[in-house]
Design a protein around this ligand. Structure first.
Ligand code: SAH
Ligand code: AVI
Length: 347
C-alpha cells in the first residue's frame, strides 16, 4: 500500500469515513495514532512483540476462518459441539425468554452464536445480537451467516479501549459472550481488566459465557498451530502485511519463519516470526527503523491453556460469580458461566 503523507489530527471533518474502514484501528485518526504508538512500544519491549489484534485485517480474518476448518485445529469444533449440546441450558441460565440481547466480544464469523440465538428463540425470546469486532470483514461475515431475520447490531471497535454499546432496556437480561478461547490470547492482568470492563455494559445478575482452551496433549496442541498446509504460518506472516498497510512500514513477511512451540511450563502456545538473517526494517509512520539480529524473533501471540479452576478464579476476580461449568467430553474445552456482581472483589 502506498505510504500516506503525515497528517495532523486537527478535526473530525478530516476523519476517514467509518464505512470504508476495514479495522477499528483505522476508524479515526486518534485510533490510528494510538495504534502507531502501541506498535512502537511493543516492538521495543523484550521480547519484541506485535499485539495479536493486528492479525485481523480482511485477509487475516478470512485466514482465521480457514484455520477453524483445518482438521488439526480442534478448538473451534470442540467448542461448537459443546455449545450446540448445551445451548438450551445456557439460555435458560441467562434468563430464557427475558434475554433481550446477546453481546459478543471478538465475534469473528459468529459461527457458534447461531445455536445460542436459535435456543433463545426456542425459549420464546427474540434477542438482538450485538457483535463487537475489530475487523470489518468479520462483522460482514457475521451478517451473512445470521441472515436478515436476526436483529443485528455490528460494532466495529477495539474492545480493549472504551466501548460504546447500544443501550439495553432497564431490567432486561443481557448475556455477554467471549468465545473461541480468545481470552487465552491475553495474560492474566489483561484478561481480568477486559472481563471487569465488560461489566460496565451489564446490570447486576446479567451473565457472561467465557470459552477457554484447557490443558491437553501438548503434541495435539502443537499440531493445531503448525498445520502441514501452512495456513497458520500464513496467518502469522499476514500480520506484517497488516502492519505495513497501517504504518507504511517495510516488513517483508515472506522473509520471516513461522515458529509456534507449545511451552509446557507456561501452558501456552507462543507464535513467533523469526528472521533467519539480520534485517533492518523501515518502520514508516511508527518511526525510525528496526534492526533485528539473526533469530531475534517478534512474538505475535500467546494462546494459553487453562485448568478449570484457573478459569473460575479469573472470572471471579473480574466480578463475575461462577454459576456453571461446562466441559467437552474430551476435556479440551471449557465454558464458564458467571453472574455479574455489583461490586468488584479480589482485584
Ligand atoms: N469468537 C470467534 C472468533 C475468534 S478469533 C470464534 O470463536 O471463532 C478472535 C476475534 O476477535 C477476531 O474476529 C478478531 O478480529 C477479534 N479481535 C481480536 N482482538 C480484538 C480487539 N482488541 N477488539 C475487538 N475485536 C478483537
Ligand atoms: C483467536 N484465538 C483464540 C486463536 C488461538 O487459537 O489462540 C488465534 C489463532 N492463532 C493461531 N491459530 C489460531
Amino acid at each position: 500500500m502506498a505510504r500516506r503523507s503525515p497528517r495532523r489530527d486537527t478535526g473530525r471533518d478530516l476523519l476517514p469515513k467509518a464505512a470504508v474502514a476495514r479495522t477499528a484501528t483505522v476508524v479515526t485518526l486518534d485510533a490510528e495514532a494510538a495504534a502507531l504508538r502501541e506498535l512502537r512500544l511493543a516492538l521495543w519491549r523484550s521480547p519484541r512483540q506485535i499485539p495479536s489484534k493486528y492479525f485481523y485485517d480482511d485477509r487475516g480474518s478470512a485466514l482465521f476462518e480457514e484455520i477453524t476448518r483445518l482438521p488439526e485445529y480442534f478448538p473451534t469444533r470442540t467448542e461448537h459441539a459443546l455449545i450446540g449440546e448445551r445451548a438450551a441450558e445456557i439460555v435458560a441460565t441467562a434468563g430464557g425468554a427475558s434475554l433481550t440481547d446477546i453481546v459478543e466480544l471478538g465475534s469473528g464469523a459468529a459461527s457458534k452464536t447461531v445455536a445460542l440465538l436459535a435456543a433463545a428463540r426456542a425459549a420464546g425470546g427474540q434477542p438482538r445480537y450485538v457483535a463487537v469486532d475489530i475487523s470489518a470483514h468479520a462483522l460482514a461475515r457475521t451478517q451473512e451467516i445470521l441472515g436478515p431475520e436476526v436483529p443485528f447490531e455490528p460494532v466495529l471497535a477495539d474492545y480493549t479501549n472504551g466501548l460504546t454499546l447500544p443501550a439495553k432496556p432497564k431490567g432486561s437480561r443481557r448475556l455477554v459472550l467471549f468465545l473461541g478461547g480468545t481470552i487465552g490470547n491475553d495474560d492474566d492482568e489483561e484478561a481480568t481488566r477486559l472481563l471487569s470492563r465488560a461489566r460496565e455494559h451489564v446490570e447486576r445478575g446479567d451473565l457472561l459465557l467465557l470459552g477457554a482452551n484447557l490443558v491437553t496433549d501438548p503434541a495435539a496442541i502443537h499440531l493445531a498451530y503448525n498445520d502441514p498446509r501452512g495456513v497458520t504460518a500464513e496467518f502469522n506472516r499476514n500480520l506484517l502485511r497488516n502492519v505495513n498497510a497501517l504504518a507504511g512500514s517495510a516488513f517483508d513477511p515472506e522473509a520471516f519463519d513461522h515458529y509456534a512451540p507449545y511451552v509446557v511450563d507456561e501452558r501456552r502456545i507462543e507464535m513467533w516470526l523469526i528472521p533467519p538473517r539480520p534485517m533492518t526494517i523501515d518502520l514508516g509512520r511508527i518511526g525510525g527503523s528496526l534492526r533485528l539480529r539473526k533469530g531475534e524473533g517478534i512474538r505475535t501471540e500467546i494462546s494459553r491453556r487453562f485448568l478449570r479452576d484457573d478459569v473460575l478464579r479469573l472470572i471471579d476476580a473480574a466480578g463475575w460469580t461462577p454459576e456453571k461449568w461446562l466441559e467437552s467430553p474430551d476435556g479440551r474445552f471449557g465454558l464458564a458461566l458467571g453472574k455479574s456482581r455489583s461490586a468488584l472483589r479480589g482485584l
